[in-house]
Each structure stands twice: as C-alpha cells, then as structure tokens.
Design a protein around this ligand. Structure first.
Ligand code: MTE
Ligand code: HPA
Ligand code: MOS
Length: 750
C-alpha cells in the first residue's frame, strides 16, 4: 500500500500551515531577535518601528499575562528575553503587522543597546568554566578500573561530532485564530500538539481547554519540531489574545536557521581496553554535549547517549558520563537518533583507534564483540531476540564482504590517485521514550452509519507515513477496504494529553491504541451480526467488507451490520488507551528495562576517494535491516534510505559553523551543504533481515524512523580507510563531518 498522501503531494494539493486559507483580517508576525550572543539589554527602542504604517503592535515580555516561560524539562527559557540575552537569535519581541513585508521593514528600524558579556561556544570551554544545564549523569556496569589493569591493550582518544541542521522543507510556523469566549485555535507545524497547547496556556495564563491545537501534517520535523515548534505558536497566540484577530507566523528560512537549535555537537573522550582475543573488556567515555543556552530536550538527549554508548557490542565493564554543557548557542534539540548517534560514533572511533594501533582491520574487533542473547546492557536491560550477529553475518554473506575487501585491496594496489575504503556498521537502537511515563497513546474511532470510518490519534504525520500505517491497522482489524478509512487531523480536542510524535515510537504507541479500539468495535459488531445470522459470535469474522461464518460468506456486508448496529443503538465510536507494558527505569540506580525492544541491522559501505582533490564518492551502501515483520515494506525502505542519507550528511558534508562571537556562519544553503542526488550513495540496497518480529511492535512491524540514520557512521570510517590506504602516515582523527577539505588535509599530512 502506498503512502495515502502521495496523490495530493505530487499534485501540490497537500495542505501545510502556510496553505491554510487565511481569514481576511489576518495579521502577520515576525520576531525581533538578539543581534549578539550574550549580554545585558540596556535598552531597546521600538518607537520608530511602531510608527511604520501597518504595524499593529510590537509585543514584548511585558505583554505576557501568564508566565514568560517555555521550558519543557527545566524552566530555564523565556519566550521573549527580559534583561539578558543568551544566544544570537534569541527572540526579544514580536512585531505584528498587516503584512510580512511591513513587519520586516519595522524590524530593521528597531535599535538595541547591549552590554556584552563573554561568549562560550564550545562544550569544552563550558565545562572548564563550570557552565552546565544540570548535573552530569553516569551509567556503570562492572568495574572498569579493575578491568583496565588486566587488559592486554588499552587505548585512549578524543572525538568530535558536529551539530546538524534539520532543514525540514516546511519551516517553523503557526496560524492562530481567535474563537469565541477567548478560545484560540492554533494550526501548528508541530510534532507535539499537546506541548504547544500546554505551554501556550501557561504563557497566556489560561486553562488548557481554551487552546485547541490542530495539525494536518508537517513538511518534515526530524526532531526539530518536537520542542521547538512551540515558541512560534505561543507568540502568535499572545498576539491573538490581545488583538482578537488571526495571526500568521511562518519563519522565513534565514530566521529559522538562525533562531532554532540543531543536533548537539559533542566533544568526547574515550578509553577502551581489550584482551589478547580482541574482546573489549572495558570502555570508558566522557561525553560533553553542547546543549546551547537552555535545557530544551538536552537532558533526555544526553540520557540516550548513555543508552547507546556501546552500540551493538557487549562490554562487561562500562563507565560513561555525560555533561550537558551550557553555551551561548541556540538551545540544541531533538534530531533523528536523539543523542544515540553521538554515543555510537564514540565507540566506533574507539574501536577504529584500537584497530589502527594493533594494525588490524576494525571489523575484526567489531566482529569479536557483537552482542548476544542474554547479554546485559550497561543500564541493566537484558538483551533478548538479539539480531546483531544474524544481521552481521547476513550482510557479510549476502554482500560478499570478503570478496569485496579483496577487490578493494587489489584496486588500491593498482591505483595511486584513487583509493577505496570499506567499512561495516552494525546498529542497535532502543525503542521507547527513555522517559517511561511518556510511553502511552490514545485513539478515537468513529464508524459512521454508512460504514465509513474516521480515525483520530495523537500521531503526527511528518512524512514518515504514520497515517498510512494507522489506516492499515484499522482496515486490517476491521476487515474493510482501506478506502473506507479516513485519517483525521491530529487535534488536541479529540485526542488529548499526547506525547510528541518522536522516539520512532509513534506507530507502535498510536497503532496499538487503534488496534485496541478496533477490536472493541469488532467485538460489538460481532454480537450484532451473530444475532442477525443466528450463529455463535465466535464463528464470525469480518474480512474484505463482508461477514464470514467459519470461512463461508453469508449474504451480509459490513454496511448491513453497521446499519443494524445503529438501529440496535450499539455504540459505533470507541476511544482506546495504550501504555507500553514491561518497561521501567529507576533513575536513582540508572538501571531498569527502558526499551520495549531493540532494532538491529548491519550496513556495508564502500567509498572511493580522489586523492588529488580530496573529494569522494560513495559507491554503495548495502544494508541488512531488521524491520521485524514489516507492515509496509515500501514505506519502511523509504525510511531507511532517508535516514541513511541524513546520517551520511551528518558524517560527511553538513558543517555547522558558529563564529567565536556565537554568530551562525553557515546561515544559508550556500554555506551549509546537504547531500544531494550526486553526493549520495550511487547504490543503496536494503534487504530485510529474515525474522519473526516483536510482539511489542505494532503488528510485529518494528519501529524504523531513527535507527537507520546510524548506518551513516559507517561511511565516515570507510572514507578513513581509503585515506589511510593513500597516506600511511595519516594519524587517525575522529572529527566529523569528514568534509572533502579535511580529507585533503589528511591525505597530505606528513
Ligand atoms: N521521516 C520523514 N519523512 N520526515 C520526518 O520528519 N522524522 C524522523 C523519522 N522519519 C521524520 C521521518 C524522526 S526524528 C522520528 S522520531 C520518526 O520519524 C518519528 O515518526 P515515527 O515515530 O512514526 O517513526
Ligand atoms: N526520544 C525522542 N524524543 C524524546 C525522548 C526519546 O527518548 N524522550 C523525550 N523525548
Ligand atoms: Mo525524533 S528525534 O525522536 O523526533
């Protein structure tokens, strides 16, 4: 089944926030933001700007009737700055005008005096100065100190992985419309409708029921709209509260790039100990997360770094610590993988370092340490239904790794200008919000009296095709044609108190709720049909729009039963709630069973480096991926390909640059390079691992949104191998992205 949005997408008919037909009296909002990264605000002069014809009002923190506070995990972020600014691009005021161009004109006329304070842009500097978001967290398993003293080989090193711009096609935005009695409707491009509702209510000083948030779909989120879609909606809502007119607030690309947070850059150190059989006996890592100027989701992201610090390997002695370092950058936020990729890059670097020192292939160490059934993760969960070795060996045989390695060696012997590199990248990613209380969802299903069905859930469609999956679950469970089912918008008045669509868990959580609701409805309809047919209800099933009695078709359609149920006054609507069973986590001990299950897979990447120019091509990425029992393989392979491209971008091309003064330098697509069709792999092959799937996954179809991003890490090490083949003197560094510029320097390093 194809994505249900594909028809309107290709015709340009799909509706995004900016496509909503604006009411005639709509006003337009624009943020005035900090032109420095840190300082005290001495004064801001709005007088000239206010006089521009068509400017309706300029809002500041003084206009807030509730709290000037938008922090989710920690209350440390104002909607609009009061006396101090903490990052370049921090919102200070909100200009509302009759048009966007008038607001722009006015913005240029605002003047500000700032008493500048010292600026911190790196995590290391923040740590040296004791600038943190919260207390550090540590996960411990076994005894690393003792183990290191018994290790044959011990290696230490440091790594850096840069941030990443989400670059959702649809920028942040909201259309806020006044309703009667001070109620406000927000049409928002958010992954978290409930958090938009909750924080708007807090800032406006009104109960949550006065705020309705509606989401049709997002033009991409990638984590960037889990928390950071909120402020733009809240600003529009504040304006509506005062002006009682609709306000549209869509960020232009430059404003979006400058004002929003990104993936967290990490500076980390590691120590890895191996015995003579190449078993990793001990691993220590210290992760410095560059959190930016406020907490946002940083503490949760830091936590996931620790959860994934040993990737797909079993390490009996682990000691990992993460610091959320407070700097003067925009607050960094969720990005596909949620801190997991940053953790995995460090252990892969540690293994690469060990292999380089021991003059062996990295994959020998990887292969010797793959996770097995009943191994313990550093956080106490016992690994079950493990697919590490199965996906590794499937990749190795299916893609003829050994033959490939021989071919590459031969190629490198025969060619001096071009060198090839290959690497293997296994992944293991935990599925569930690491914060256990967030793992729940609801669905509201109406069967209309003509037999058509409407579904509401808390799931937000952002291109990952969750709506198509929800529709499949309902059609499958009710036994009706997919065309009978419609997905409603995600709306806080229909499905309330939702977790954001994130953690790759949206389909599992909301799908299980849909399944539950459909099963209740089918239970009732079976009773109706059994009465109509005078047979035991246990013999009845619904399939292909008709009723079956033990596999035989009587003359009774879905519509007949629904119509009869209506006459019999049977409820044709159902609301169901699902909360993931089994999972738990005790933060005081840092132990528990936080994940419903893990997703596994193995990628083999091959690259060719042009050793004259430092440029490279990715020849192929071949993947064995654990989809479980995929309910929609077309959509799921699309997720693997998209995540892989994004992972490759993060590891190779996408270079976020801030000046020492905290100003974003890579502030446009001319200076920020994302992979295009030419820089992506020339060949991607994704082969599903043969497996049963997991009961905790919706219809045994495993979560797929984030895990494949981490295959991109393999490309980094493939490039490194190619560079090493050219220049034996190259001293390996673990500093991503591995841009052509860095490759060139490495090729000619003496
Ligand atoms: N795919 C598309 N096309 N657009 C997106 O914004 N977000 C990713 C992933 N795939 C995203 C995407 C992220 S960060 C997550 S957490 C998951 O989708 C969220 O959706 P899911 O929980 O339904 O997998
Ligand atoms: N993943 C993604 N988003 C989240 C999580 C998580 O584990 N926890 C809170 N938000
Ligand atoms: Mo995804 S980073 O959990 O939105």
């Amino acid at each position: 089944m194809k994505n249900i949005d594909s028809y309107t997408h290709v015709r340009g008919e799909s509706i995004f926030v900016d496509d909503v037909i604006a009411r005639q009296d709509t006003l337009y909002g624009l943020v005035f933001d900090a032109p420095k990264a840190h300082g005290k605000i001495l004064n801001v002069d709005y007088s000239v700007a206010e006089k521009v014809e068509g400017v309706v009002k300029i809002f500041t923190y003084k206009d807030i009737k509730g709290e000037n506070q938008i922090g989710g995990i920690l209350p440390d972020e104002p909607l609009w700055a009061e006396d101090e600014i903490h990052f370049w691009g921090q919102p200070i005021a909100f200009i509302v005008a009759e048009s966007e161009s008038i607001a722009k004109k006015a913005r240029a006329l605002i003047t500000i005096n700032i008493d500048e304070l010292p600026v911190i842009t790196t995590a290391k500097e923040a740590k040296e100065k004791g600038s943190f978001i919260n207390a550090p967290r540590s996960f411990e398993l076994g005894n690393t100190a003792e183990s290191f003293s018994n290790c044959e080989y011990v290696f230490e090193g440091e790594t850096f992985s840069n941030g990443q711009e989400h670059l959702y096609l649809e920028t942040q935005g909201c259309y806020a419309i006044p309703q009667e009695n001070g109620n406000i409707k927000l049409i928002s491009s958010t992954q978290g409708p409930t958090s938009v509702q909750q924080i708007t209510a807090r800032v406006l000083g009104v109960p949550m029921h006065k705020i309705e948030v509606d989401v049709t779909r997002l033009g991409g989120g990638f984590g960037g709209k889990e928390d950071q879609a909120t402020p733009w909606a809240v600003m529009a809502a504040v304006a509506v509260q005062h002006l009682k007119k609709p306000v549209k607030h869509i960020l232009n690309r430059h404003d979006d790039l400058r004002m929003t947070g990104k993936r967290h850059p990490y500076e980390s150190t590691f120590k890895i100990g191996l015995n003579k059989d190449l078993k990793i006996m001990a691993f220590e890592a210290e992760f410095l997360q560059n959190s930016g100027a406020a907490a946002d989701l940083s503490p949760a992201i830091a936590e996931r770094t620790l959860f994934h610090a040993t990737n797909s390997y079993f390490v009996p002695n682990v000691s990992t610590t993460v610091y959320s370092c407070k700097t003067n950058l925009p607050p960094n936020t969720a990005f596909r993988g949620f801190g997991g990729p940053q953790g995995m890059f460090v252990i892969e670097s540690a293994i690469a370092k060990a292999a380089d020192e021991l003059r062996i292939d990295k994959r020998e160490i990887q292969e010797a340490n793959l996770l097995s059934e009943n191994d313990e993760f550093s956080y106490g969960q016992i690994a079950t239904q493990v697919e590490t070795k199965s996906s590794w060996s499937a990749a190795k045989s299916k893609f003829e790794l050994e033959k490939l390695e021989d071919q590459i060696e031969k190629f490198n012997q025969e060619n001096s200008q071009f060198k090839k590199g290959v690497s293997v990248m296994p992944i293991c990613f935990g599925i569930s919000f690491t914060n256990t209380p967030m793992n729940h969802a609801r669905a509201l299903i109406h069967i209309y009296q003509d037999g058509s069905v409407g579904i509401s859930t808390g799931a937000v469609e952002m291109g990952q095709s969750v709506n198509t999956k929800m529709l499949q679950v309902a059609a499958d469970t009710l036994g009706i044609h997919p065309l009978k089912v419609k997905l409603e918008t995600t709306n806080t008045t229909r499905v309330a108190n939702t977790s954001p669509s994130a953690a790759s868990s949206t389909a599992d959580l909301n799908g299980k709720a849909v399944l539950k609701a459909c099963n209740s409805l089918i239970g009732r309809l079976k009773k109706v049909a059994s009465k109509m047919l005078s047979v035991d209800e246990n013999l009845i099933s619904f399939q292909n729009d008709v009723v079956f009695i033990e596999g035989k078709k009587p003359e009774l359609t879905w519509e007949n039963v629904v119509a009869k149920a209506m006459l019999e006054r049977v409820a044709l609507s159902e609301n169901a709630h699902y909360a993931t069973p089994i999972i738990h986590f005790d933060k005081s001990k840092e132990k528990g069973h936080p994940f419903a299950y893990h997703v596994y897979g193995t990628a083999i990447s091959t690259v060719t480096v042009d050793c004259l120019r430092g440029t490279y091509e990715i020849d192929a990425v071949n993947i064995i991926h654990d989809f479980g029992n995929s309910m929609n393989i077309g959509i799921d392979i699309g997720q693997v390909e998209g995540a892989l491209a994004q992972g490759i971008g993060w590891m190779t091309l996408e270079e976020i640059a801030y000046g020492d003064d905290g100003k974003l330098l890579s502030n446009a697509l001319s200076t920020y390079k994302v992979p295009d069709v030419f820089s992506g792999p020339k060949k991607i092959e994704v082969v599903p691992l043969e497996t049963q799937g997991n009961e905790m996954a919706i219809l045994k179809s495993k979560a797929v949104g984030e895990p494949p991003l981490m295959y991109g890490i393999g490309v980094y090490f493939a490039i490194q191998n190619a560079v090493k083949a050219f220049n034996k003197k190259h001293k390996l560094r673990y500093h991503s992205p591995f841009t052509p510029e860095k490759v060139l320097m490495a090729l000619y390093e003496k």
